[in-house]
Structures are given as C-alpha cells and as structure tokens.
Design a protein around this ligand. Structure first.
Ligand code: SAM
Length: 256
C-alpha cells in the first residue's frame, strides 16, 4: 500500500508513541462486548490495540482515502466504518446506552465536537480524548483563572473530567506545533443536572462570556436585571470568569 500523506485540513497527526497508545487503551479498558466508537481512526494507531480487546469497534472517519485503507485492512464484522463528519454524526443512532467514545481528535474541530457530543451524554459511559493541551486547560479550569470560560462551564456542568496524561509533539508523526494532553470525561448522573432549561442555561453562559473584558452586568444587559444580581448575592462588578458553574445555574434557574 502506498504511504498516506498526512492531510493538514483533517488535523492528521498520527500517534507513533507506543507507550501513549497503550496508556490510552488501558485508560478506556473496555469489556470485550462493550460498544466503543473511535473518532478519527486514521492509520489505526488506537484502532488496532482497541480491536484486540473488543468483539467489534465503530469508527467515524471523514477522509475517504483512509476509509478505503481501513476497508482493506479490517473485516466489516470487526470494524464498522461510518464514513463522514463526526461533527454531524448521530451517536444516538447506534442505539446503545453505555458508549465509550475515544479519539485522538483533529484539533481544528475539537471545541465544536465537544459541544456536539454533549447532546449524547446520556448515552455515554465515558469519553477519552487526546486534545491540544491548551484546550484541556480550558476544560478543567477553575473559576477566577484566565482559562475559565464557556467551555469550562458547559463541560464541567455536564461531566466529571480528569486530566490523564501530557503528550509531547514527538509522540506524533507529523509532530504538531503544540503540546497535547489526554482527558477523560464521565457524564454526570441526571440528578446532578439541575438546569431547569438547558438551552437557556447555555445561552446565558454564551452571553456572559461574549466579551470577556467587560463586566458580566454589561454582557447580560437585557437578560439580567441589576436587582437580580443583588437577590442572588452576585457582585454587580463581577466578571464572567469569577462566577462558578453553580452561580451560572442559580442565575439561569432564577430567570425561569
Ligand atoms: N487516531 C489516529 C491516530 O491517533 O494516529 C489519527 C488521529 S488524527 C489526529 C485525526 C483523525 O481524525 C484523522 O484520521 C482525520 O482524517 C480524522 N478526522 C478529521 N476531521 C474529522 C471529522 N470532522 N470527522 C471524522 N474524522 C475526522
């Protein structure tokens, strides 16, 4: 088979570090009959060792040339290939309720993909992703830090997250210009998801962080009256990054 030339537009940085590969697969630790979906299998760095532990594996891959290679290499009973864009893939259509989702994600789509995946959180058991380290920093950031933003609030609301591993550029071919990290996301149980209206909660958080340098009060003009700030005991001078996830929940739920 001819050598595959990595495509930048699909964020192709292939894992070559056997220790990192083993660490990711051991972190997923799926049961043989588990339903596992790998996003972006590429040349199979994770696909191969995952398949060794599984009866079958689902993959979602956008690159046609890679799909053709995968079809040649694996039997369709073992590897179920969903050719297409993970950003629009309907994970619910797999009809499973304890999905493991895993991937060395294309960095150019990681944030929208994380938001897309939150829609399927109730069908997910866990997710393990390789991401740009800077994105993981934002995901797990604490309130009051410059990394704390919309991604932190929305993901911390929905998941318990653990930073598992730092991964240097040399672990990939071609090497990316940035450092990477592996993170685990476990959906919170339904009883912890206390937003009365999740769409309103999401749009409140978007509005709050729309202009980071402004005071929250300015970003929420027309949404939150000054009197409600006082009622909820939130300083009128607060900035969006100073509030916690539960503060955002209190505001969203007070708005009705
Ligand atoms: N898993 C392989 C590895 O670790 O070596 C490849 C990882 S590479 C960083 C990202 C993979 O995601 C590539 O195979 C790429 O073609 C695929 N990809 C990029 N954009 C995608 C999309 N929107 N939907 C599905 N797959 C995508």
């Amino acid at each position: 088979m001819t050598k595959h030339i990595a495509r930048k537009r699909f964020g192709q940085n292939f894992l070559i570090d056997q220790q990192v590969i083993a660490d990711i697969v051991n972190a997923v630790a799926p049961a043989r009959e588990a339903c596992v979906v790998e996003i972006g299998p590429g040349l199979g760095a994770l696909t191969d060792p995952l398949l060794k532990r599984l009866d079958r594996l689902h993959v979602v891959e956008i690159d046609r040339d890679i799909v053709a290679r995968l079809k040649q290499r694996y039997s369709p009973d073992k590897l179920i290939i969903h050719e297409g864009d993970a950003l629009t893939f309907d994970f619910a259509a797999l009809g499973q309720s304890h999905l493991h989702i895993v991937g060395n994600l294309p960095y150019n789509i990681s944030t929208p993909l994380l938001f897309h995946l939150t829609r399927f959180a109730s069908q997910v058991r866990d997710m393990h992703f390789m991401l740009q380290k800077e994105v993981v920093e934002r995901m797990v950031a604490e309130p009051g830090t410059s990394d704390f933003g919309r991604l932190s609030v929305m993901l911390q609301y929905r998941y318990v997250m653990d930073w598992l591993l730092d991964v240097p550029p040399e672990s990939f071919e071609p090497a990316p210009k940035v450092n990477s990290a592996v993170v685990r996301l476990i959906p919170r149980p339904a009883e912890e998801l206390t937003a009365k209206n999740e769409e309103k909660f999401a749009s409140l958080v978007s509005a709050a962080f729309s202009q980071r340098r402004k005071m929250l009060r300015n970003n929420l003009k027309g949404i939150l009256e000054d009197s409600l700030f006082d009622q909820l005991e939130i300083a009128r001078t607060a900035r969006a990054e100073e509030l916690s996830v539960s503060d955002y929940l209190r505001i969203a739920n007070a708005l009705g």
